[in-house]
Write a protein that binds this ligand. Structure first.
Ligand code: ADP
Length: 260
């Protein structure tokens, strides 16, 4: 790639004079590209051996009755951690693809209500005995122009997070509506909430509010980074509101031009 990347800033002074600084950021840009390629390649290469490990662990688990209880516990742990690695690699690959590939080819009108119905069902299954009350209010049947798989990942991440970070029996409300400002999808919960100093950093890769608290929720720390990138690709924006101990709301805003 022989392109040159320039970045410029213009400063205006009171008497009408201006100062323009042009910086050659080609090196920074190329390094960033190398980082993305590297992460994508490593994730891809690690996936195959891990699939083999998970496969053999499953075979062993099928015959677990024949081994002693201590080994059985170890086996369960290995299985759990290997699956965790798998979802981490999948998320890393998805992020890499979101950062580099073009969307135009895969864009089509999406029936958001139908998508949210299935996500609600999956979230209810994830909640299981934790008995969250998950409600869906779809107020528009307009379709959203987008990439189905990407929007599904983004919306499920938000709804699943609400389940993960809301104590048993909590309320989760999913809403989809259209007004003069655009289309909106929000997820509101009455869970643990997030302190203000964390909010602006939540969409960074691997950023987690409290890693000890989160270690047993099975998350990868990449969910909200994925949401952010999906929204950027759909001309959208994520707004987060939260109060510690009261709950959080995550809202995706899309411009009207994305509706059909
Ligand atoms: P994770 O895999 O840890 O869930 P995410 O990127 O999805 O990663 O979220 C980043 C962090 O944001 C989480 O670790 C959690 O601390 C916080 N968070 C996300 N959603 C919620 C929510 N609904 N309520 C409270 N905290 C949340």
């Amino acid at each position: 790639d022989a392109r040159v990347w320039l970045q410029y800033t213009i400063t205006r002074y009171g008497d009408g004079e201006r100062l323009m600084v042009v910086r050659d950021v080609t090196r920074v840009h190329n390094l960033e590209q190398m980082r993305k390629d590297f992460v994508a390649n490593v994730s891809h290469e690690l996936r195959t051996p891990l699939t083999v490990v998970v496969g053999y662990l499953e075979t062993l688990a099928d015959n677990a009755d024949e081994i002693n209880p201590r080994w059985k516990r170890a086996l369960m742990q290995m299985q759990q951690q290997a699956r965790r690695m798998q979802s981490l690699l999948n998320d890393l690959l998805l992020l890499a693809r979101l950062e580099t590939s073009d969307t135009a080819a895969e864009t089509k009108p999406i029936a958001v209500e139908r998508m949210l119905l299935t996500i609600r069902q999956d979230a209810q299954a994830l909640s299981g005995e934790h008995n969250h009350r998950i409600t869906l209010e779809a107020l528009s049947d307009r379709r959203l122009l987008g990439v189905e798989g990407e929007l599904r990942s983004a919306f499920s991440n938000l709804v699943f997070n609400a389940v993960k970070y809301t104590p048993d029996g909590g309320d989760i409300h999913v809403r989809w509506w259209v007004d003069d400002n655009g289309a909106h999808m929000s997820v509101r919960d009455n869970g643990v909430g997030i302190a203000p100093q964390h909010i602006s950093r939540l969409t960074e890769r691997f950023y987690r509010v409290d890693s000890s608290r989160n270690s047993n929720t099975g998350g990868t720390g990449l969910g909200l980074a994925i949401v952010k990138h999906v929204l950027i690709r759909h001309d959208g924006e994520l707004k987060i509101n939260s109060v510690v101990g009261q709950g959080s709301s995550f809202t995706c805003h899309f411009p009207l031009k994305r509706l059909v």
